[in-house]
Design a protein around this ligand. Structure first.
Ligand SMILES: Nc1ncnc2c1ncn2[C@@H]1O[C@H](COP(=O)(O)OP(=O)(O)O)[C@@H](O)[C@H]1O
Ligand SMILES: [Mg+2]
Length: 325
């Protein structure tokens, strides 16, 4: 039995739009997904904003009822046996509030342990273990209001572990953290798995999924478009070469023109400081460079460095989600 089992899960939202002529609009947030997460696995749900990640996590954590399909956590149905699931799971949603800023980290944890009916003797020991785990030991008596975002997010993780859940759901846990804070948090996530927790992590950062997860489901428009190990996903892009050109002020028309070229697979543009990086996936490798340069030059685009490289997991991802990332 898998720790998490999902079969053909759907969730449709009905929103009322318009003030004079009121209509209802249906948003299919999750469109028939199926996957399983093994006991003790660190599983990633990777997709761009609006892909359906949070909606999926909300259904699995019993906060939202599916429109159709089934899901089970630790063998319990998320709808019919929600009360059997709740004490055995922990979750954090990105950008969440729910800590008392005027209290110290330790007092926050004491308060929540009490709220979750954790035995006081057990709580005392667990709080010090958890402070150690999330790297806040030595800072536990400081007020949370003076904490960095990364420290607060690690405290959130400690809070969701107070009742010693077996399965954790972390929805975009590193969102909004600086690189150092994000790295520290990723180390905490690795340590959780070392303690035999099952973790479902959502992220829109490819490299994060690559660095942490044993397997990754790539989700886009509510559907799983690939499910594999990071290595397996990279093979999706193996036949591609990536041409990267530094450009200054490229417009939609030029990008569209490049997309029309028969040898071009996908084109994406990333903002970098004063300039942009134009990323072109092509099956013919460096042979495409002259055509690209000719096209850019013809459109009067100023260029910097040009390079050709092997595909990364991010490239596989861009291909899978069709350049939407
Ligand atoms: N409560 C809601 N009402 C209407 N639409 C919603 C609601 N929650 C999410 N959606 C829509 O469902 C889609 C998936 O959202 P979400 O699961 O939050 O994506 P993600 O977490 O991957 O960014 C989006 O199009 C979003 O606008
Ligand atoms: Mg989300």
């Amino acid at each position: 039995m898998d720790a998490i089992e999902v079969h053909d899960l759907h969730r449709v939202f009905r929103a009322t739009i318009g003030t004079i002529r009121r209509r209802t609009k249906e948003v299919v947030a999750v469109d028939g997904i199926s996957f399983g997460v093994r006991d003790g696995e660190l599983f990633g749900l990777l997709g761009p904003n609006g892909a359906g990640k949070t909606t999926t996590v909300k259904m699995l954590t019993t906060l939202l009822i599916p429109t159709s399909g089934t899901a089970a956590v630790l063998g319990h149905d998320v709808v019919k046996e929600a009360s059997a699931i709740r004490p055995r799971i922990g979750f954090i949603f990105g950008g969440e509030r729910g800590l008392y800023w005027r209290l110290s980290a330790k007092d926050n944890l004491r308060y929540f342990a009490d709220l979750y009916h954790v035995d006081p003797d057990v709580a005392k020991r667990r709080i010090s273990e958890l402070l150690e785990l999330v790297g806040l030991a030595g800072r536990e008596d400081e007020k949370v209001e003076g904490y960095s975002r990364g420290m607060r997010q690690r405290l959130h993780i400690a809070r969701c572990l107070l009742h010693d859940p077996q399965v954790l759901f972390l929805d975009e846990p590193t969102m909004g953290l600086d690189p150092v804070g994000a790295r520290e948090l990723r180390q905490v996530i690795r340590d959780l798995v070392a303690q035999e927790k099952t973790v479902l992590l959502t992220t829109h950062y490819m490299f994060e999924a690559d660095a942490l997860c044993e397997r990754v489901a790539v989700i886009n428009h509510g559907k799983i478009v690939a499910l594999d190990t990071p290595e397996g996903l990279k093979r999706h892009a193996e036949d591609l070469h990536i041409v990267e050109v530094e450009v200054f002020g490229i417009g939609h028309e030029t990008v569209d023109q490049l997309r029309q070229m028969p040898e071009v697979d996908t084109v994406s543009v990333e903002d970098r400081d004063q300039k942009q990086a134009l990323l072109i996936h092509s099956r013919i490798g460096s042979a495409i460079v002259p055509q690209i340069l000719h096209s850019l030059d013809g459109n009067g685009i100023r260029m910097g460095k040009v390079s050709v490289r092997e595909p990364t997991l991010e490239d596989a991802y861009v291909r899978l989600v069709g350049g939407a990332a």
